[in-house]
Design a protein around this ligand. Structure first.
Ligand code: AMP
Ligand code: FE
Ligand code: FE
Ligand code: ZN
Length: 287
């Protein structure tokens, strides 16, 4: 058994070009090395397609790569993200479940473009895909940031923030939400694939009652206490919630790379946890 017990710090939330990150998976691994981290997790939206490349790079340069995912779910009219770690990433059931989510995502993206067209903004899926700056892999996931990028490129909006505020954010003019899996079910999927589940960035939902309800019903392994969009107050609040429910306190930058000169959500390595958090997560896999 290859149990990599590496002391040091870990960024447990990073995105790659497999979803809406800007870097190739191997590039995130190189950055982790450069920043002196012992390791990182690859947590792309609804896909596992960046993991193998990252694991290969990790072996080569001596960085511990934790296979992960960030599943987009819906509950009480909100987008709730559930992170999974140490999954059997070749698991066929998990793969086909994520594939279904990506199909919903594709339909959702088409509907967003239709709405934009109705608003007099002409954008095609070809433009979105050609703007990716890379070949779209069969299991890669396309998201709103890619659409936002085209809106900026076409001069419809000045920057990505305006793209979200005016058109793409929840409640904005071209917002579309389709029925998705619920967080409790996503937690179960992760468990079934031998992984440990974590409620991502709870501070972003503005609804701690809902977060509590998900914890009580789904019994995840952990909660993301440290995140680029959490301030000291959120960290304190979710540390409290973790203690209350006996959850592992995880953290990560939610690094998406640099898009149009800006780092989203935080720089790789700017939020990290110690190696013992990994061991805590590992001890709660598949429960
Ligand atoms: P999607 O998964 O396609 O619905 O897109 C959600 C992603 O869009 C999130 O993971 C973020 O990376 C990004 N995002 C969401 N809201 C904003 C915002 N207001 N500004 C910039 N990026 C955002
Ligand atoms: Fe994202
Ligand atoms: Fe997220
Ligand atoms: Zn994320």
């Amino acid at each position: 058994m290859s149990s990599i017990q590496q002391d040091g710090r870990y960024d447990l939330h990073t995105h790659t070009q497999a979803s809406d990150g800007m870097n190739a998976p191997a590039e995130n691994v190189r950055l982790a090395k450069q920043k002196g981290l012992a390791g990182l997790a690859i947590t792309d939206h609804d896909t596992l397609s960046g993991i193998e490349e990252a694991m290969g790079a990790g072996k080569e340069i001596g960085v511990n790569v934790i296979p992960g995912v960030e599943i987009s779910t819906r509950a009480s009219g909100k987008d709730i993200h559930v992170l999974g770690y140490f999954l059997r990433y070749e698991d066929e059931t998990l793969r086909s479940r994520l594939e279904q989510l990506r199909t919903v995502r594709e339909t959702r993206n088409e509907r967003i473009l239709e709405k934009l067209n109705t608003l007099g903004i002409s954008i095609t899926m070809d433009e979105v895909i050609s703007g990716l700056g890379r070949e779209l892999g069969p299991d890669d996931s396309v998201g709103r940031p890619h659409i936002a990028d085209v809106l900026v490129r076409k001069g419809v909006v000045a920057d990505l923030r305006e793209a979200f505020d005016k058109y793409l954010a929840e409640g904005a003019a071209a917002y579309v939400s389709l029925p998705r899996v619920g967080p409790v079910e996503a937690i179960a999927w992760i468990k079934e694939a031998g992984g440990a589940s974590v409620i991502a960035h709870p501070g972003l939902y503005g609804d701690d009652d809902l977060v509590r309800q998900i914890i009580e019903e789904g019994q995840p392994a952990g909660i993301e206490v440290y995140h680029s969009d959490h301030g000291p107050e959120e960290e304190e609040r979710y540390r409290g919630m973790a203690l209350e429910y006996d959850l592992v306190m995880t953290g990560g930058s939610d690094y998406h790379g640099v898009r149009r000169g800006q780092v989203f959500h935080g720089d790789l390595g700017s939020r990290t946890v110690e190696a013992d958090v990994l061991e805590q997560l590992r001890s709660r896999t598949g429960l």
